[in-house]
Design a binder for this molecule. Structure first.
Ligand code: NZQ
Ligand code: ZN
Length: 386
């Protein structure tokens, strides 16, 4: 095991009824002005908005609303939120939604306290913010795991970059699986696939010898696969929804990353695909993953063979390591089909005249798990996805 320092400062309230039971007493720890942030309105239709605003008013808070946070949140939206937060002397940001609302609010929290442009501060000065408006999260759709880390993914429309920004880590996060029951089923599955992707991007990082993080990771991957399958025939199964909710947090709360350097090349490519097409994150990953893995699996057959056996339960008997490595990738591809996610850009609805060369060129190239990809290879992968 490599050396590491580990801390996760988000207090998690997991399970049904948590908001009703604990939110009001938690609010006593913060000042009176609360920025209530949410997306396009799903929380108004499923009753979460009414429940939360009722608690906020009972707690005597002045509520300022920051609504309309879109999927794949933009930097312009961040600026709108930061302005609202500053003008209203906000003491707490309460993010109610999925990864998009959570990410936007993490960055609003930092931008509102910084006297300069956060994007330039992080990307040009290579600095990180250190002052934040306190943040709390109520998760309504699972998959990104955004609620237990301080990373945010924001689309800078002028620069045509969907990039990572460091923002606030939430003080507290409510994970109530029941809140996800109203999420369109396609989104439930694409979110769950995002979880699997985070686990894989970590599993295929470095080093690849035996370590506890990888053993835990295999359990998270198997659990995610098993519980997605339960939902296919029983959409609202609470036990499966709750397992997936915790797997989502587990895949991105740094526990699986302990002692490892992660890969995340597939994510970097998907993010740029998102910058150019605004596609759904989990669905974009579903198209890219098998194609990307076919390109790299022969560069580390031992690790991909272990994935085949320990995650997909493939019998190694009579197979070479190379055959096993490919069998693992094909099991992943078959699973993506089985759960109804797109397998090509055409199915994902990406226009054929998209500038794939520009996407490849603007993609951040990571160290790679077993093979560092070039711009040309990234373009080849994109073309094979069409
Ligand atoms: O906007 P509303 O009306 O709320 O509708 C949302 C949205 O349309 C809907 N929804 C959410 N909760 C619902 C619901 N509909 C009905 N009932 C509910 N209870 O679901 C749709 C998708 O929401 P969104 O937040 O966009 O999805 P997700 O959680 O997948 O977040 C995606 C964003 O997170 C980033 C992605 O790149 C993308 O921008 N990521 C963030 C990460 C992080 N910070 O750690 C890691 C990930 O790799 C990812 O990149
Ligand atoms: Zn992701």
């Amino acid at each position: 095991m490599n050396n590491f320092i580990f801390e996760n400062t988000t207090k998690v309230y997991f399970g049904q009824g948590g908001v009703k039971e604990y939110l009001e007493s938690l609010l006593a720890n913060y000042g009176s002005n609360v920025l209530l942030a949410y997306g396009g309105g799903s929380i108004k239709r499923n009753g979460v908005y009414a429940e939360v605003t009722d608690i906020l008013h009972r707690a005597g808070k002045n509520v300022v609303e920051f609504s309309g946070i879109m999927s794949n949140p933009t930097y312009a939206k961040v600026q709108e939120g930061a302005k609202l937060a500053k003008e209203n002397h906000v003491d707490l940001i309460l993010a109610v939604g999925g990864g998009s609302v959570s990410d936007c609010c993490k960055v609003v929290s930092a931008q509102a306290m910084l006297g300069e442009d956060l994007w330039e501060f992080e990307y040009a000065k290579h600095d990180r913010p250190s002052k934040f408006i306190p943040l709390g999260t109520i998760v309504t759709v699972f998959g990104t795991g955004s609620e237990m880390n301080n990373g945010a993914v924001i689309t800078h429309e002028d620069k045509k970059i969907k990039g990572a920004l460091w923002g606030a880590q939430a003080d507290f996060a409510f994970l109530d699986p029941n809140y996800s029951m109203s999420v369109p089923f396609k989104q439930v599955i694409s979110g769950a696939f995002d979880t699997l992707s985070h686990a894989m991007e970590t599993y295929f990082g470095k080093p690849d010898e035996n370590n506890l993080s990888d053993d835990i990771n295999e359990a998270v991957m198997r659990s995610t696969i098993r519980n997605i399958r339960v939902l296919l025939t029983d959409h609202n199964n609470y036990a499966a929804r709750s397992e997936l909710a915790w797997a989502s947090a587990m895949a991105e709360n740094s526990i699986l990353k302990i002692g490892k350097v992660t890969d995340f090349q597939c994510h970097m490519l998907e993010h740029q695909l998102g910058a150019y097409t605004n596609c759904n994150h989990g669905a974009g990953l579903a198209v890219l993953h098998p194609v990307l893995y076919r390109h790299i699996c022969e560069a580390n057959t031992a690790r991909f063979a272990r994935f085949a056996v320990n995650v997909w339960g493939i019998d190694p008997e009579g197979k070479t390591e190379v055959e096993l490595a490919h069998a693992g990738v094909e099991a992943l591809a078959a699973f993506i089909k089985e759960i109804g996610l797109p397998t090509t850009f055409a199915e994902l609805g990406i226009p054929a005249d998209t500038d794939f060369a520009a996407i490849a060129k603007s993609t951040v190239r990571t160290g790679g798990c077993c093979k560092e990809l070039t711009d040309d290879e990234l373009l080849e992968i994109l073309n094979e996805c069409r």
